[in-house]
Design a protein around this ligand. Structure first.
Ligand code: SAH
Ligand code: SF4
Ligand code: F3S
Length: 446
């Protein structure tokens, strides 16, 4: 009888969608090796914390969480740290946290079942080799989301933005074969989903040796049953006209692009080694907008990068105004050990007080622009995909093709279906809406 009891795993995920997608792969692998997923660390035989290293704050949260696990985990449970912080710190984690048995970087998940087994026998390990062939093609991901599917198409990053730790934690860029991505897309449709999000650090630099990102968009968009196709995050320099044409000509590609700008000052962009200027970024926005009128645009912005002057910062504010972003993720620069930015002259570092003040001004500029644009959309009708129950009861959270969140009344059985809504109100960032005409998930609205 005891043989029949399956071991359990609990996984907690920090960081970007790539990490979420990796957690889905890890769970898939462990499920195939006989593990059941549980939703609380207290109940788990194996606890995995899939970590992020992008900013100091992200790492602090994980360190706090690992400390907490000490009192929450079962006596004989195995605690493992995976992801970017695992890759960055490796054996250091084993040294400083004795209750951690495993440290496994992003390319080592194939050996997780074996490593866990060894850990049970008392063998602690840190596995941080990169494997440029590894795409986990044979893993069957256990997807958290039932409405849209994350598909990694590229791992690693070959850019060297001077503030960024990702090239260190994820290794060199490599892409999956187009056929594999198409295969996974077909499987997703068979599971009843109609939206996919292609993932990569600079996803539009995708190349499998024979196909570029334009080919990939067209191929995935041509899979029967795919209604919505998104991708994140593209790099401005990799938006060739071919890619933009493919976006415009592939009906499933949604009218939204997340295009990290980082700064509106050419001087700062140069020091960040972003490889485009303020004008170059504007030009990319223009090409996207003329190919897809009305496309919505979101971005990432860093304030307080070493050497950023008040004038540089104001150029970021004027860029935000001029472009009219629909939303922006805004960050204070966080020095990451080993990155070139940390070696810039000390007297150029921006004080935390100044950075905080700039962040507040940036957020207020982003918000007021967003509010103005959203007020202008009231009364319009949009197709939404109903994604999940909203935090407040009796309400559902839906999303337009251009990535606006709309809260609509309705029952949970509508989740996963499409509807037409009228935008009736806005809080500034999200909308409330009324369903105008319900319809089932259309096979293909070509
Ligand atoms: N590959 C993506 C970005 C991944 S990291 C791209 O190139 O666009 C997500 C965002 O975190 C970045 O766009 C950047 O705005 C922010 N970021 C990265 N490193 C940072 C650091 N050291 N300090 C503050 N923000 C950072
Ligand atoms: Fe980091 Fe730059 Fe690569 Fe993005 S493109 S992951 S910001 S190095
Ligand atoms: Fe964080 Fe790694 Fe993603 S550092 S943002 S989890 S690639």
């Amino acid at each position: 009888m005891t043989e029949a009891i399956r071991p359990t795993v609990y996984i907690e995920t920090y960081g970007c969608q790539m990490n979420v997608s990796d957690s889905e792969l890890i769970l898939g692998k462990l499920a195939a090796s006989g593990y059941d997923e549980v939703k609380a660390p207290e109940a788990a035989d194996v606890i995995l914390v899939n970590t992020c290293a992008i900013r100091e704050h992200a790492e602090q949260r994980v360190i706090g969480r690992l400390g907490e696990m000490k009192s929450r985990m079962k006596n004989d449970a195995i605690l493992g740290v995976t992801g970017c912080m695992a890759q960055r710190l490796g054996p250091q984690i084993l040294k400083s946290a004795k209750h951690v048995s495993l440290v496994v970087g992003p390319d080592g998940y194939r050996s997780l079942p074996l490593l866990v087994e060894n850990a049970r026998a008392g063998l602690r390990a840190s596995v941080t080799d990169f494997d440029l062939e590894e795409h986990y093609e044979d893993f069957k991901p256990r997807r958290f989301d039932k409405v849209k599917a994350w598909i990694p198409v590229q791992r690693g990053c070959d850019y060297r933005c001077t503030y960024c730790i990702v090239p260190t934690t994820r290794g060199p860029e490599r892409s999956r074969q187009l056929e594999q991505v198409v295969r996974e897309t077909r499987e997703i449709v068979a599971e009843g989903m109609s939206e996919v999000v292609l993932l990569g650090q600079t996803v539009n630099s995708y190349t499998d040796g024979r196909h570029d990102f334009a080919d990939l968009l067209r191929a995935v968009g041509a899979v029967d049953g795919i209604k919505r196709l998104r991708f994140t995050s593209p790099h401005p320099n990799d938006f060739s006209n071919r890619v933009i044409e493919a976006m415009a000509e592939t009906s499933a590609v949604c009218e939204h692009v997340h295009l990290p700008m980082q700064s509106g000052s050419t001087r700062t962009l140069k020091r960040m080694l972003r490889r485009y200027s303020r004008e170059g970024y504007f030009e990319c926005v223009d090409r996207l907008r003329s190919a897809m009128p009305g496309i919505s645009m979101t971005t990432d912005i860093i304030v307080g990068f070493p050497g950023e002057t008040e004038q540089d910062f104001e150029e970021t504010l004027t860029a935000v105004d001029a472009i009219g972003f629909d939303d922006a993720y805004t960050f204070k620069f966080s020095p990451r050990e080993g990155t070139p930015a940390t070696k810039m002259p000390e007297n150029e570092f921006v004080s935390d007080g100044v950075a905080s003040e700039r962040l507040a001004r940036l957020i207020s500029t982003v918000r007021s622009g967003m509010r103005e644009r959203n007020l202008g959309s009231l009364g319009q009708r949009r197709e939404v995909l109903i994604e999940k129950e909203a935090r407040r009861g009796g309400l559902l959270q839906a999303r337009t093709r251009d990535f606006k969140t709309v809260i609509v009344p309705g029952e949970a059985n509508l989740i996963g279906t499409y509807a037409t809504v009228e935008l009736t109100g806005t809080t500034g960032s999200t909308f409330t809406g009324a369903i105008v005409r319900e319809r089932a998930a259309l096979p293909m609205a070509r």
